[in-house]
Design a protein around this ligand. Structure first.
Ligand code: ARG
Length: 271
């Protein structure tokens, strides 16, 4: 299996906190170790660098504790960036901050017409865009994604509030392979996933409950929460190299490695 070197955008959790609850993982009364959150995030960044990936950083904004979850900052494919529109007012101001970063970095910008939480709900697998809906990203935004990027969009209905973003329920392993938690999807979406990916890795509830599916793959190495031991074993059986990282503090906000990471995809011709 070949690893492809990637360019990622990350946001240091300088102002990270759990001040509000917009998903079932978040308990504003539970303690969070802010320094540990930063150290764990730095370890994730270091892991990517050691794998040969490039990490760019956006400056964190005070008062936006969830800005660390860069996957929600946009969808970036072939040099085009679609900005985001959050469902919840607590995260609304992250959208212009990320938009300004993409614009300054030279991406061709598109603005969302409906709620769209970026690559939290939108995952490119080969030439297919898998698009989640049910909790955050509006179904109507899926049609806009197809118009903007020109990849066929497959709508997937999420049904478990703990797995509120598609990237908490499904991992892209390479151009043809995914891992997912069947129970996180409606019956029709499960059937569609079975048709599209008959060889997919099925994760267990225990893996998903430690956000094990919130993983980042370069096609060969899979960076995933260290606690997802069953999933890691299944991936190694399939020939992937797994690298466990501990993001226990960010998990208290409902996020794992993939949430902290936005892949910046240039065009195939490098534009
Ligand atoms: N607290 C954040 C929220 O609920 C976590 C976002 C996690 N991001 C992700 N890509 N799944 O919006």
């Amino acid at each position: 299996m070949d690893a492809t070197s990637q360019r990622f955008l990350m946001c240091r959790p300088t102002y990270f906190a759990v001040d509000y609850a917009i998903n079932p993982w978040m308990d504003p009364t539970a303690p969070v170790d802010a320094d540990l959150a930063i150290r764990q995030w730095e370890q994730l960044r270091q892991t990517y660098r050691e794998l040969g990936h490039t990490v760019e950083e956006i400056t964190p904004v005070p008062g936006l504790p969830d800005m660390v979850f860069a996957a929600n900052g946009g969808t970036v494919i072939d040099g085009r960036a679609m900005a985001v529109q959050f469902r919840d007012p607590q995260r609304a101001d992250e959208a212009p901050a990320y938009r300004a970063w993409f614009e300054a970095a030279g991406f061709e910008m598109y603005d969302p017409k409906h709620v769209n939480e970026g690559e939290g709900d939108i995952l490119l697998v080969g030439d297919l865009l898998l698009a989640g809906t049910g909790f955050r990203t509006a179904h109507a935004s899926h049609a806009q994604l197809q118009e903007v990027f020109g990849y066929p969009v497959i709508t997937l209905q999420l049904v478990d509030p703990r797995f509120y973003h598609l990237d908490t329920a499904l991992t892209v392993l390479d151009e043809r392979t995914v891992a997912y938690l069947p129970e996180a999807f409606s019956p029709g979406s499960r059937a569609a996933l079975r048709r599209l990916f008959p060889d997919a890795v099925h994760a267990t509830m225990a893996d998903a409950e430690v956000l094990g599916l919130n993983a980042v793959s370069d096609g060969r190495h899979v960076v995933l929460p260290a606690q997802a031991t069953d999933l890691a074993a299944k991936l190694r059986d399939r020939g992937y190299e797994t690298i466990g990282v501990d993001l226990s503090e960010l998990r208290k906000a409902g996020g794992g490695p993939k949430c902290c990471t936005l892949r910046l995809r240039q065009g195939k011709a490098g534009k």
